[in-house]
Design a protein around this ligand. Structure first.
Ligand code: GAL
Length: 751
């Protein structure tokens, strides 16, 4: 990744506003924290006050069974150098859950009402030269959520000081109104207390921002650097999404804001790891389901070349922290404006999303969608950024008797069940559509049961585990193969965002309300939707997507259960057209992917029920996207798959039945932005992971690092992510996250 500095001339023309410019000091690090009237303890910000637990077994599975509801106070001191001739000082918060109030030296200086939105406070009237007391109060007591939202100062805090008037927050707007191959005109405007300022300049031979060339440029305004990219984007009604005039298929993933065992506390290294793993899966777009992400997350997307569907809200009710007596229009508009001001210079952002799955307003739903609300919110967004499309995520087209509700939007996103196809035809002109949520397929990390499920909603009831054969989806969802086929046929649609890239805390369907009558203590605490589990380990489903989406690398991956009683089925996920499978050296035959395009796609209201998946027509489509064998001999010790493309071998995969466990391995998976991710595995003598190992393993670090979280991807676990000296294995594995605290080698011992 390259970042080009602007020509010196352009930089100089921006540095004249203040001789010294803005000085930014991080106020992350150590704070004192007290929860619900308790004693103060030392914590590190970004901080999530509930992630340490304890889990409450019969607590709400929807929000992760974690104690996030409460009120907390954070305190620290900071040193300010207030200039003699006045000057300006402010605090910037990237996100505090929820409804934060900020005090400097006992004087209230500001706050914000939406926990996912950043804000800043002018503290000029309260700050003193030298040491100052800072206090932040937060409360989640009135916040509603359909997933785990965390609590407290979970994103960064900064002090900004400036000798003579700073750039007013969110007022910098960088646009490129005129772009040719040879030159791009860049227009920059910003505001200070003295008024509006603007400047234009030309970049020669601009490199356009795209997933392949995520080229960023920089300008300096008032001593602070702002990045931007040169590119155009739009959604079309009949040819999907275009960047720089060229069609791109959106191969997207939904991501919630939690970072698994780290909870909601933002860590750049953990976000980067998520994006690297998704990039390898072939993902090129992220939907920030369903809230403004951390600003650093967008920086990463800019640098790594991801498109972002930047979503402001789930609903416009208490999930946005809005109290019932607060005016909806004012609240939503103000937060949308804050989002757009904050994020509008990120080239990765390709759409502003005003909501997710909001039903039409009616007598019983005062907070619902109306044509007037949608139009007003779209207009508010466009007033601050005329360059990007405005859209929303939706479901159930049949809810909307008034088909003009979305007329003011540039694109609508539709969740599940091929519903986008219907809306595309809501006359008089075709509409631009995208699948904002596809699949909602579910699986555990490595649990197989005796047979591949025969029906998509056949779920085990003796255990709260979902089969890793990837035959399951929740009632309104579908297996990935069906979604692949829909998108391949419907070229007018911009693509899909799979629900979800990573597992997240809360919403453990089907082991929540989906399985009727499952008592709370048996419900799980985190999702099964992820292609990657909560610890960041790819599930089988990851490889199915990778085989279809990643066009750069070959995929050969075997899905089979060789442990215990085994199962006679095996799948191979590959980008090859054919594969041959060998069981203990004996060929089980070479199979070729089906080429047919006449599979039925509309099983959404009536699903055929069968005794085996082999005979269920719902799965016939699998022959086009995965290769399946149903005759693996019982007791097979080793499967080898050899994959072919154009008749030539492109790769092979091996899956072995594990022998006796002999040791525990700790491998450094990667180090990013000061975090080290260690993969722990119980293995046999040949290094094969013993998939049914679940014992508790203890950890110790050597070198300048400290373990800050542990996890294993089990959606049902109750061991704290923050009890860092030990953790149970799940499917033979665990993850240990170490924070670097100095230079030098760091190693991890597990036993
Ligand atoms: C959708 C919703 C998501 C999530 C998902 C689970 O209806 O928009 O937030 O709940 O279902 O499949």
């Amino acid at each position: 990744m390259k970042i080009l500095l602007m020509a010196a001339v352009a930089l100089a023309s921006f540095a004249v506003i203040a001789a010294s410019g803005e000085r930014v000091t991080s106020l992350d690090g150590e704070w004192q924290f007290a929860r619900d009237g308790g004693a103060y303890t030392k914590v590190t910000v970004p901080h999530d006050w509930a992630i340490a637990g304890p889990f409450k077994k019969d607590g709400s599975s929807a929000t992760g069974k974690l104690p996030w509801k409460g009120a907390g106070i954070y305190r620290r001191t900071f040193t300010a150098s207030v200039p003699k001739d006045g000057g300006a000082e402010r605090l910037e918060f990237d996100g505090v859950m929820a409804r934060p109030e900020v005090f400097v030296n006992g004087i209230k200086v500001g706050g914000w009402d939406y926990g996912y939105m950043g804000f800043s406070c002018d503290i000029s009237g309260a700050v003193r030269d030298g040491e100052n007391e800072l206090e932040v109060r937060a409360s989640t007591l009135e916040h509603g959520s359909r997933w785990y939202p965390g609590g407290g100062i979970y994103r960064s805090v900064r002090l900004v000081e400036c000798a003579c008037g700073y750039t007013l927050p969110g007022t910098v707007l960088i646009t490129t109104p005129d772009v040719t191959r040879d030159a791009a005109t860049v227009h920059v405007e910003w505001r200070t207390a003295d008024g509006r300022h603007e400047k234009s300049f030309v970049v020669s031979n601009p490199v356009l921002w795209s997933p392949e060339t995520p080229q960023l440029y920089e300008v300096e305004v008032n001593g602070r650097t702002y990045r931007y990219g040169v590119r155009t984007c739009r959604f079309t009604a009949d040819d999907g999404f275009h960047l720089n005039g060229r069609r791109y298929q959106l191969k997207g993933a939904n991501l919630h804001a939690d970072l698994g065992p780290l909870g909601m506390a933002f860590h750049k290294g953990a976000a980067r790891r998520q994006l690297e793993i998704l990039k390898d899966m072939g993902v090129n777009a992220i939907r920030t389901a369903h809230n403004p992400p951390d600003p650093q997350f967008l920086d990463l997307c800019d640098e790594m070349g991801f498109f972002v569907w930047d979503e402001c809200f789930d609903k416009w009710n208490d999930t946005a922290s809005r109290r019932a007596d607060e005016n909806l229009e004012e609240y939503v508009t103000r937060n949308l404006r804050a989002l757009v001001r904050r994020d509008r210079n990120h080239p990765s952002v390709i759409c502003w999303s005003i909501s997710n799955e909001i039903a039409p307003a009616g007598d019983k739903n005062l907070d619902g969608q109306t044509r007037a609300r949608v139009a007003a919110f779209a207009a508010a967004v466009r007033a601050l950024d005329p360059t990007r499309p405005v859209g929303s995520g939706n479901c159930h087209p049949e809810w909307f008797r008034d088909r003009t509700v979305f007329d003011a939007l540039d694109v609508t996103g539709w969740n599940y069940s091929h519903s986008y196809a219907e809306v595309h035809g809501w006359g008089p002109q075709p509409r631009a559509v995208v699948v904002t949520e596809s699949a909602a397929a579910v699986s555990s990390s490595g649990w197989y049961g005796d047979f591949p499920p025969a029906n998509k909603y056949d779920f085990a009831t003796n255990v709260t585990e979902v089969s890793s054969f990837d035959n399951n989806a929740v009632p309104y969802g579908d297996i990935p193969d069906i979604e692949f086929e829909r998108i391949a046929r419907d070229g007018f649609c911009a693509g899909e965002f799979v629900w979800t890239g990573f597992d997240y805390l809360g919403e453990p369907s089907p082991y929540d309300y989906v399985i009727k009558g499952l008592e709370p203590a048996r419900q799980s605490r985190s999702s099964y939707f992820g292609c990657v589990d909560l610890a960041g380990f790819p599930k089988n489903r990851f490889w199915l997507y990778r085989s279809h989406w990643n066009k750069k690398d070959h995929t050969v991956h075997i899905v089979a259960n060789l442990g215990g009683g085994g199962s006679r089925a095996a799948w191979v996920y590959t980008d090859g057209e054919e594969a041959e499978l060998f069981a203990d050296g004996r060929s089980l035959g070479r199979r070729r992917k089906a080429a047919a395009d006449d599979y039925s796609l509309d099983f959404m209201r009536v699903w055929p029920r069968r005794e085996t998946c082999e005979e269920n027509p719902y799965y016939a489509i699998c022959d086009k996207y995965r290769l399946r064998w149903f005759d693996v001999p019982a007791g097979t010790k080793e499967l080898v798959a050899v994959s072919y493309k154009g008749g030539r071998e492109i790769g092979r995969a091996v899956k072995r039945a594990a022998g006796r466990p002999v040791r525990i391995e700790s491998k450094l998976e990667r180090e990013r932005d000061g975090l080290l991710f260690f993969n722990i595995a119980r293995v046999d003598a040949s290094g094969t992971v013993v998939e049914d190992a679940s014992e508790i393993v203890s950890f110790s670090v050597k070198g300048p690092g400290r373990i800050i979280a542990v996890g294993n991807g089990d959606a049902r676990g109750y061991a704290s992510f923050k009890a860092t000296d030990s953790h149970p294995l799940y499917c033979g594995r665990a993850l240990v996250i170490v924070r670097r605290e100095g230079a030098g080698e760091i190693s991890l011992t597990s036993e």
